[in-house]
Design a protein around this ligand. Structure first.
Ligand SMILES: Cc1ncc(COP(=O)(O)O)c(C=O)c1O
Length: 383
């Protein structure tokens, strides 16, 4: 490997949300990696910093080319650059679009267990969380399409947030089910926000399907949220994009972002994204190999040493979704117990919806030595 993912970079005392924990605790929760960003990105930021002036930046033409070039090369999806909009983070963008496309009291449809922030975003905007839970069958997740059709038919439902690939299960949605979601949305007049922030973190050799790419209907009803921040570990830079090819949706999003002051980049947001997409494909491929190896290690370790815990085999993200329904005692309280007993801090499944109450989400984007420590704490907790 050209790049180093083994060296442990200490993060305590660096204003890290993830590492703001007690001395004996090991945080493997929030989706933030314990790896330095690619040297090419750090160099580009350093260069900007060394220039010494940090005034208001603009989004350069290169930024549009970097996104469209990456999506075409990596995901076989040709985006029209005029339909791409910069925004300071996916979550603020979704929040703004909830206000743009729905009124207070309306439903926003999601598929739990799903990224916990969706619940807060909907409730904080005084909208109602409408759930179409995924089906958990034989250790795998699938969409409940007939339920989705029924829920979208509710006149109070005008917006759905799709997580593609899915956090926390690691599912990559298939072309056919995405097409079906698009068909239902069109039939019922629902707009689909497809949050694709994890799309570059698939298992080596596995592709994801951009929602807007799978059919003309999906392109018409869909809004894609994309970013380099998960894959390249740049979350603190607040750099993302929204893509909507439908001119009417696109204009409404822009209006909302203007009102929410969401389209102004910080001094490093543009250059970091450009460098990631232009120069860091090699880094990303090595990272995916490393995470995949971590996944194999964790899978094998848990299977051999902690038979009461079952790994849900995801094919994307660096998050492992663990079924702890068979652990002794109280499965729903296992996350809290684990933290208290062993210091291992993982995300308790209930935050992703009540369907996740007997699960844990463990972040494995860390040096293998840290993973080994985490796994032995997990074993100790399950004893
Ligand atoms: C599915 C999903 N969307 C959005 C985000 C956060 O996006 P941002 O940091 O751009 O607001 C996360 C972070 O974990 C996530 O998992």
């Amino acid at each position: 490997m050209k790049y180093d993912f083994d060296t442990l970079t200490h993060r305590r005392g660096t204003d890290s949300l993830k590492w703001n924990v007690k001395d004996n605790e090991l945080p493997m929760w929030v989706a933030d990696m314990d790896f330095k960003a690619a040297p090419e990105i750090l160099e580009a930021i350093r260069e900007r910093l060394d220039h010494g002036i940090l005034g208001y930046p603009v989004i350069e033409d290169r930024w549009y080319d970097a996104y469209t070039g990456w999506w075409e090369m990596r995901h076989g999806f040709k985006m029209n650059k005029d339909s791409l909009i910069f925004c300071a983070g996916v979550i603020p963008a979704i929040s703004s679009m909830i206000r743009t496309f729905t009124s207070p009291g309306a439903n926003v449809l999601i598929q739990p267990p799903v990224y916990n922030a969706f619940f807060g975003l909907i409730k904080d905007n005084k909208r109602l969380v409408q759930e179409s839970p995924l089906i958990y069958r034989n250790g795998n997740y699938e969409m409940d399409l007939s339920d989705l059709d029924r829920k979208m038919a509710d006149p109070a439902t005008k917006l759905m947030i799709l997580c593609n690939p899915h956090n926390p299960t690691g599912n990559i949605w298939g072309k056919e089910e995405l097409c079906t979601v698009g068909e239902f949305a069109k039939k019922h007049g629902v707009t689909v926000i497809s949050d694709e922030i994890h799309c570059d973190l698939t298992e080596p050799g596995k592709a994801y399907y951009p929602f807007a790419s799978v059919s003309d209907t999906c392109a018409q009803v869909g809004i894609s949220c994309i970013a380099p921040t998960k894959a390249f570990n740049l979350a603190g830079l607040k750099s993302a994009a929204v893509y909507a090819s439908d001119p009417d949706l696109n204009e409404k999003i822009r209006e909302g972002f203007r009102a929410d002051e969401l389209s102004e980049p910080n001094a490093f947001a543009g250059i970091a994204a450009i460098t990631a997409f232009e120069k860091c494909g090699g880094w990303l491929d090595e990272l995916r190999e490393y995470v995949s190896e971590n996944r194999r290690t964790a899978d094998e370790y848990i299977r051999s040493n902690i038979p009461d815990i079952k790994v849900v085999r995801g094919e994307a993200t660096y998050l492992m979704w663990l079924d702890v329904s068979q652990v002794k005692g109280d499965p729903a309280g296992f996350g809290a117990y684990l933290r208290k007993k062993t210091g291992l801090f993982v995300s308790p499944g209930h935050i992703f919806g009540q369907q996740g109450r007997n699960f844990l989400r463990m972040n494995i984007a860390c040096p293998s030595s840290v993973l080994t420590d985490g796994l032995s704490r997990l074993k100790k907790g399950a004893e």
